[in-house]
Write a protein that binds this ligand. Sequence first.
Ligand code: NAG
Ligand code: NAG
Ligand code: NAG
Ligand code: NAG
Ligand code: NAG
Length: 494
Amino acid sequence: MMAGSLRFLLLSLCVLLEPVTEIGGLLLKPVLSGPSEAYVRSEVQFDCAVPGWSSPLTYELYKDAGDVIAAENNVKATFTLQVNEESKGEYYCRLTAGGQTSNSIHFQAVIPVLGVRLSSDPDPAILYEGQKLVLRCLVRKGTHLSFTWYHNKQEVNSSSELHRLSGDSLTMDRVTEMHAGIYSCTARNQMTVNPRFSSSQSLHVTVRKHISVPSLSFTVFSNGSGLTANISCRSERGSPPVTFRLMLDGLELNVKRVDSLEAWFVLPISVGLDLGVAQCEAQTETQQLLSDPERLLVVPVGGAVRVTVMYLHDADGMVSAARLTCVPDRGTFPTFSWHLNHSSLPAEGAHAVTHHGQILILTEVSAGFYGCRARDSFNDSSLWVKSEDIFIQKRDLSATPMEVIALVFCGFLSIVIVFCSFFMFWCSKRRNNSCKHHSNQDVIQSEMTTMDAPVVSSEPQPEEMKTVNRFLEIQTRPGASVLQRRLRDPELFD
Ligand SMILES: *[C@@H]1O[C@H](CO)[C@@H](O)[C@H](O)[C@H]1NC(C)=O
Ligand SMILES: *[C@@H]1O[C@H](CO)[C@@H](O)[C@H](O)[C@H]1NC(C)=O
Ligand SMILES: *[C@@H]1O[C@H](CO)[C@@H](O)[C@H](O)[C@H]1NC(C)=O
Ligand SMILES: *[C@@H]1O[C@H](CO)[C@@H](O)[C@H](O)[C@H]1NC(C)=O
Ligand SMILES: *[C@@H]1O[C@H](CO)[C@@H](O)[C@H](O)[C@H]1NC(C)=O
């Protein structure tokens, strides 16, 4: 009885003399619960309690290695915090006066994202192929962010050979045409609950193509009192603007900056007067290219005018078309006209004229005398220079079909074989070695003749061969360089 009363007294004393952290040998370990992240200017709650304990105790809330920031006596202590930018840290609670320490919560104070904008390097985002582009998604405010990029409204998902995604940047080491377009980005707070996001304005990226080597060409026109050369400088590919420079004998004559791929320069010129060697220079921010040189010289049509003919055969060896080319000895800017049997070609018919009238293609070869004439295209009062007429007739190889050729060949071969057998028989009879030797040679020779025979009988094309020779002549004649500019088409068939 006494012992029991004493025990109760001691226990009461213990309860009265706080802290009571160990009761009946029990270790009271508090547990802290609460969020690990919250936006600044929001309120959060941390709860501290000893699981299974239903009497009020005094709990203290600590942050990092600092002092008590709040204390409460309750069965379960609830601490409410106003989150600010300094709220981030390690939180834990403890029973008063050196009791057990709870688990800790690593708390993040998240600044909501605000004011996203896109920056580019270079700025403005106008680049040439192969240059480097870095886009950055900048925020005015915000922490714990993730970034999403959009190219032409399509999400840019992951890094590839085309681009690198890293942090707030999107990098393209070598831009191509594919990279051009509209970009935007979105920055998002990485929060599981209530993630906030903000999107940038869109940014237009322009990728310019490199220009190709320019080419120079010129035409002339007459304005009544004199001739004017219209010189064209042109790049086939690339992105404007381009600055074209006309150089004459290495000296700059004129400059034009154009929003296209071609510029024209006019220059007074006279027939037969050599102005010198002209070149075009095309310049962009990254390139400077020079055209091939071209002599500014207008040679009037002169010398003889010739017609060359090529026949086009179909698979059966039939003549399916003829191609007539009008070739003057000289002339930088000739114009042509064709005639048949001394009158002009009918407007309608089975023929076509190409290459500024220089080439006449007869799709249905009708017999007749064909001829052409040439004169300066820029001078309506210049004299026509006429070619000799050339007789074209409808011929086809099918006149001697393969069967006939084969038959002739076989017949001839049989005769040769019969003849040789007879001859050898005769020789062996005479038992003359030298005779035998000679006879073998004769066989070979006659066989070779046989091989030639059908070719001869199948109508060789003398005109065609002549034509080829003429073409070669034109291409190799030293004075023909001026002509070649106009007659640049050595291909015999288109
Ligand atoms: C990126 O992924 C999203 C969804 O996963 C898809 O709709 C989109 O087409 C993808 N973008 C590209 C460029 O593949
Ligand atoms: C030069 O030629 C071009 C193309 O034919 C033409 O557009 C331009 O007007 C010409 N220039 C002059 C001054 O005639
Ligand atoms: C014609 O061209 C010549 C030489 O290019 C020039 O001197 C002349 O002024 C031009 N005349 C007219 C009417 O344009
Ligand atoms: C052209 O003349 C030749 C020979 O005189 C004649 O055979 C042919 O039918 C004539 N062709 C035309 C289209 O008049
Ligand atoms: C045009 O041709 C006529 C006749 O050959 C010639 O007298 C005249 O000088 C030529 N005009 C030009 C601009 O070459």
